[in-house]
Design a protein. Structure first.
Length: 60
């Protein structure tokens, strides 16, 4: 796993926690922030996955 994959997965987890807290407290803004963090984390993890795949293909 490369650093982008790890950072992306961590960001997704933080977003899920923030979304859950927002739902429990009834704070819609926190729910939206959590969902936004999850989406950003997915994007970063996908970038890391693509980098890893490219590096894997380059090796003979």
């Amino acid at each position: 796993m490369n650093k982008d994959q790890v950072k992306g997965r961590i960001e997704q987890a933080k977003g899920k926690v923030k979304e859950a807290v927002g739902k429990v407290t009834g704070n819609d803004a926190t729910v939206v922030k959590g969902k936004t963090e999850q989406a950003a984390g997915k994007g970063q993890a996908a970038y890391g996955d693509a980098k890893a795949q490219l590096k894997k293909q380059r090796k003979p």
